[in-house]
Design a protein around this ligand. Structure first.
Ligand SMILES: NC(=O)c1ccc[n+]([C@@H]2O[C@H](COP(=O)([O-])OP(=O)(O)OC[C@H]3O[C@@H](n4cnc5c(N)ncnc54)[C@H](O)[C@@H]3O)[C@@H](O)[C@H]2O)c1
Length: 347
């Protein structure tokens, strides 16, 4: 039997538990180390998941018994840490986004494309059963040509969400607001389904959280795809609850609606349920991870390790992660241009 793959998690905050619990369910993987700059957090997490703790990221680079590292740190640390890890020969599964800024993401993409180690990004919603079904129908042309699609994210983030982790809400450390943190998954699905983006126009604003954050809490966009399809996108953190993300795709021969990982087909005046969320409850009947994060972290992590073992390229690689970074940068640029146009309008 082969030795188990040694794994580490860097950053023992909110999302790290989803990674640790997913790893605990995987055969042939041994979580050996949890690193957090806060030694108390690192020690508490290590005790819970029966592994070692460390507070210095650098110690991880020389650990020969660790082959895969999960990056669950604030956005501004992703690119630098991932580059150091790739250079020390370790495979990296980073939480989204690739980086806090497009230039840092481009630097990571260059490093990843030269490395023999893998870099994966956690766009777990691509692993939802309904997302897979949509992708398959697009590939097979089941409903004819895709004419247009829209994605709507209306979530709630209270000031305490930002004050509890001060890297959030700042340009320097989060690199953006609702776009780069919450709605990035929906932007990723829109481009995964819609294909190459020709242009993105829209605007961003801070409608409700201006006393707490410097980044945007709301954004909307109009997207033109190279194949002629058009997309609409709206996202906000200023709602009163975390509503299910809604996606709609209009094809020549029908409409697909995805909500909460349920997929409906509307065709010839009637609606058919094509797919429901799979049973993703653990042995106690508990959902692994918050439902609005998506239920597919476990599937993505499992697939990452399968690709590490087989030496084949993980499909959600840096070249995929860069696409949302470019969309987000394009939307900020469009928003600034629109604001400049509006300010030159006569009053
Ligand atoms: N895929 C998803 O659905 C999803 C959901 C939530 C969060 N995330 C992502 O996960 C990442 C972490 O988010 P979070 O909400 O868990 O943040 P968090 O603030 O709860 O946790 C971040 C942790 O990183 C630690 N840290 C900071 N600097 C460090 C350093 N130099 N070395 C080691 N540890 C350090 C902090 O002490 C903290 O414990 C972000 O990239 C976020 O976008 C993804």
């Amino acid at each position: 039997m082969r030795d188990p793959i040694g794994a580490a998690i860097v950053g023992a905050g909110a999302i790290s538990t989803v990674h640790a619990e997913s790893l605990a369910k995987l055969n042939g993987v041994h979580l050996k180390l949890i690193v957090d700059i806060d030694p108390v957090r690192a020690a508490q997490a290590a005790e819970k998941y029966h592994c070692e703790a460390a507070s210095d990221f650098q110690t991880l680079l020389n650990r020969q018994d660790i082959q895969v590292v999960h990056l669950c740190t604030p956005h501004h640390l992703h690119a630098g840490m991932a580059i150091d890890l790739l250079r020390s020969g370790k495979h990296v599964l980073t939480e989204k986004p690739l980086a806090h800024h497009l230039s840092a993401a481009e630097a990571l993409l260059r490093e990843a494309s030269q490395s023999s180690a893998q870099l994966g990004i956690t766009f777990q919603n691509r692993y939802n059963a309904s997302s897979r079904a949509i992708r398959e129908m697009i590939d097979k042309g089941t409903l004819g040509r895709l004419l247009g699609l829209k994605g709507i994210v209306t979530w709630s983030r209270e000031p305490s969400y930002y004050t509890s982790s001060p890297w959030r809400g700042s340009w320097a450390t989060e690199g953006g607001g609702v776009l780069i943190n919450q709605a990035i998954h929906t932007l990723d699905l829109l481009q995964w389904f819609g294909g190459e983006v020709a242009s993105i126009e829209g605007s961003t604003s801070t409608d409700a959280l201006g006393d707490t954050i410097e980044v945007e809490d709301t954004a909307h966009a109009h997207i033109r795809f190279s194949n002629g399809a058009r997309g609409l996108f709206y996202a906000t953190n200023a709602y009163v609850s975390n509503s299910p993300v809604e996606l709609e795709l209009v094809f020549e021969q029908g409409v697909l609606r995805q909500r909460n990982d349920c997929l409906h087909l509307i065709q010839h005046g009637s609606e058919t349920l094509l797919c429901e969320p799979p049973a993703t409850l653990d042995e106690q009947g508990l959902i692994t991870g918050k439902s609005y994060w998506g239920i597919s972290h476990q599937l993505l992590i499992e697939d990452f390790y399968d690709h590490v073992r087989s030496g084949t390229r993980f499909p959600v690689h840096a070249g995929e992660g860069i696409k949302t970074m470019r969309l987000i940068a394009g939307l900020y640029a469009s928003s600034q241009a629109q604001a400049a146009r509006m300010s030159s309008r006569p009053t």
